[in-house]
Write a protein that binds this ligand. Structure first.
Ligand code: AQP
Length: 344
């Protein structure tokens, strides 16, 4: 039985896209054989920016459906939504008191998301990385599959784990616990599409919040939608290069080749050996066929699952019960370590 634990999450903020799929969900699926996995719909993170309540409920079910439709087995592993396991928020508070303001001030995602009007951003958006550290460490997870954009937050989680272990080392020892109470979680940023870019602008990451729907392929897009978006995707006038080096300074070409490679399970070099020297128009047609073949069945299954909300909710309740059992044990030890009094 595998002993190392994987944790990762996706925010239910709508417009789940190819970047979320290739950067994260595909890897979630692959890791199921080698690890015990927890996959979380991080609804507490979602409300760091305003969410319409009814839409949030729909989006929680949609992300759950995407997990299952992509091949995550919620019986063998744990699929749940974050707000059902109160220990995430409880540990996050302890981490708010461990992490330093200076550490959070360096987080680039907050700067990007808060934009110019930082005073108007929610406190939650600022403290988001501490909650993310709690999500991972409340399960003492050792591996975290994420896209490239989450690397900095993972480094912060490692710093928090280390500072907690150092600050409380005497107490950890006094309670007979492992001196490395919290492990150092390893980011797993793998595959040829760890940062999928916008189809309209190769310098911007594909993102749920981009106002242009043509910038991303949504997992719920039908075949016509996928075809239109790929055909309209920005490219340059040169033919495709035959080697990877030729993709440098051609971000749009690099992105489409990376998407093709990830969807076909090949390397970029291998894809270029086949398509190098050809025009984008024919490459795009092949990419449309591949995308429809790979994403079509997932979108169809998502649609089916979301039509049965009682089933989706039962998966989340069952997963949350199992997650709580693990998180509760960690919080019991954390309370002892910190010096809180609790019912014995
Ligand atoms: N463009 C991307 N390429 C590769 N991986 C990506 N991820 C997100 N965008 C890309 C990865 O998907 C997982 C879930 O992301 P999330 O929903 O928790 O948060 P996010 O990064 O904020 O997603 P978006 O789409 O970029 O939303 P907005 O528009 O709100 O900023 C993570 O593992 C992430 O790395």
């Amino acid at each position: 039985m595998p002993t190392e634990r994987v944790f990762s999450g996706v925010q239910p903020t709508g417009n789940l896209h190819l970047g979320n799929y290739l950067g994260a969900i595909v890897n979630f699926v692959k890791l199921q054989d080698a690890y015990n996995c927890l996959y979380c719909v991080v609804d507490l993170h979602a409300i760091t920016v305003w969410q319409e309540p009814a839409e949030l409920t729909r989006n929680i079910r949609e992300v759950t459906a995407a997990f299952i439709a992509s091949g995550i087995d919620p019986k063998k592993h744990i699929v749940f939504n974050q707000s059902q396991v109160a220990e995430h928020a409880e540990l996050a508070w302890v981490f708010n008191c461990v992490a330093r303001l200076g550490w959070l001030n360096r987080m680039t995602q907050f700067k990007e998301k808060a934009g110019k009007d930082r005073e108007a951003a929610s406190v939650g958006l600022y403290a988001y990385p501490n909650l993310m550290a709690a999500d991972i460490l409340v399960y003492r997870a050792t591996h975290v599959p994420v896209g490239e954009d989450q690397k900095q937050h993972l480094e912060l989680a490692r710093d928090i784990a280390q500072k907690f272990n150092n600050d409380f080392s005497d107490s950890i020892r006094a309670h007979g616990l492992d001196e490395k109470f919290f492990p150092q979680p390893e980011p797993l940023i793998t595959g040829p599409a760890t940062r999928v870019m916008s189809l309209r602008d190769g310098s911007k990451k594909m993102s749920k919040s981009d106002p242009s729907d043509y910038s991303r392929i949504n997992l719920t897009d039908d075949a016509d939608g996928i075809a239109q978006k790929i055909r309209k995707a920005k490219t340059d006038p040169e033919p495709l290069p035959s080697e990877e080096k030729g993709l440098e300074a051609r971000p749009e070409a690099d992105n489409l080749v990376g998407i093709y490679a990830a969807l076909s399970g090949r390397t970029k070099a291998d894809v270029l050996r086949e398509f190098g020297g050809g025009q984008f128009s024919s490459f795009k047609s092949t990419l449309v066929d591949l995308s429809v073949e790979k994403l079509g069945p997932i979108g169809a299954e998502m649609k089916k699952l979301t039509q049965d909300p009682a089933y989706v909710d039962s998966v989340l309740v069952d997963g949350a019960d199992r997650a709580r059992a693990i998180a509760g044990q960690t919080m019991t030890s954390v309370k002892d370590i910190v010096g809180f009094i609790r019912k014995k």
